[in-house]
Write a protein that binds this ligand. Structure first.
Ligand SMILES: [Zn+2]
Ligand SMILES: [Zn+2]
Length: 154
């Protein structure tokens, strides 16, 4: 869970962006976005659905998918592709990188200021324009590293 002030900040930004884009800020969209804004885990759309259903029991998976798709298209949510894993969603719209645990597949943010800018050394295919580079650092989260260590010592 994130702290309340940050969640509130994200909700305020979300409402402003919806107004700027002329996107209806429906109750369903607010609940979907808040569910993501509260989360630090980069959930899959199915996980978002399971959490949203606790607040709106009548909502369907299709409705959640449709709203998520619109929010991604409008730039209010980002998608994170994790190698060989289902799509994950990210409400953090500032430039940042990710730490991915290879064991539990958790995805954590790492601020772009905390990573040296990526420099491409090889020539790029003609005409390709780089807009940004995202780093995915694979490894083991603290909890998984601890579990593996415990397993080994038995
Ligand atoms: Zn892990
Ligand atoms: Zn992220």
């Amino acid at each position: 869970m994130r702290d309340a002030a940050e969640i509130q900040h994200r909700m305020t930004l979300f409402q402003q962006r919806c107004a700027e884009l002329g996107l209806a800020n429906t109750h369903q969209r607010q609940v979907i976005f808040r569910t993501l804004a509260e989360s630090t885990s980069h959930p899959t759309p199915e996980e978002v659905y399971r959490r949203v259903r606790k607040k709106i029991p009548s909502i369907s998976l299709g409705t959640v998918y449709r709203n998520i798709k619109i929010l991604v298209q409008k730039g209010l949510l980002k998608e994170v592709a994790v190698h060989h894993e289902p799509l994950r969603l990210d409400p953090n719209l500032s430039d940042h990188h990710h730490l991915v645990c290879r064991r539990c597949k958790s995805v954590a943010d790492i601020a772009s200021e905390d990573v040296e800018p990526v420099r491409l050394k090889a020539a790029l295919p003609a005409g390709f324009q780089v807009e940004r580079c995202e780093v995915v650092a694979m490894g083991l989260c603290a909890a998984c590293a601890m579990k593996l260590k415990q397993n080994r010592s038995h």
